[in-house]
Design a protein. Structure first.
Length: 191
């Protein structure tokens, strides 16, 4: 079975978290946020990921993006989707979004060196989805894209290249290395 009840439940859960409870949109656009986690899950499926990893891709932003009234926690994800899924999602979650961008990104980068292959694949799929979207937006909208982010263009691009380098370094055999390297090359053309 390819489209499993667990995947269906994860999609419903993510839609409620991102759409129903907060009508969340992608940065600076009138695009439903749910597009991103579904893209991450599709990338993971195309890379040959197992069911739990695909489910984690669908749910990967639910902890950090949930509203207080409907807070998603690792415990809730464990109850609904199992401990492995909860650990995967929590592993790629920024734990304290109140910290300045630089500190959050540095902590996230430092964590990569301790990631399992599953976490590296999940993070890689997230990066592939986010960065290709940013590159596509830049191609369509030009310099206005950088106003959607909390940091200037060069800092944003440098951080993404650094993460790509880390992901490739810690798992050079990842099925997403070619995608990551293609993104890195494209980032250099817009830098």
């Amino acid at each position: 079975m390819i489209y499993t009840p667990k995947i269906k439940a994860a999609i419903r859960f993510a839609v409620k978290t991102h759409e129903v409870y907060q009508k969340q949109k992608r940065k600076g656009k009138d695009v439903a946020y749910i597009e991103h986690p579904l893209n991450v899950a599709l990338i993971l499926a195309m890379a040959g990921a197992n069911e739990d990893l695909i489910v984690a891709g669908i749910l990967h932003d639910t902890i950090e993006d949930s509203v207080l009234a409907k807070k998603v926690t690792p415990e809730l994800l464990t109850e609904r989707f199992g401990q492995n899924v909860a650990e995967l999602v929590n592993g790629v979650t920024e734990q304290d979004k109140s910290l300045p961008w630089e500190i959050r990104k540095e902590r996230a980068f430092e964590q990569i060196q301790h990631f399992s292959h599953d976490l590296l694949l999940l993070k890689s799929a997230d990066v592939v989805s986010n960065v290709w979207e940013m590159i596509d937006d830049y191609g369509r909208d030009g310099e206005v894209v950088w106003t959607r982010f909390n940091v200037p263009r060069d800092k944003n691009i440098e951080q993404k290249i650094r993460v790509i380098d880390g992901l490739c370094k810690y798992w050079p055999e990842s099925p997403l290395v070619a995608d990551l390297m293609a993104i890195k090359e494209k980032l250099y053309t817009i830098k």
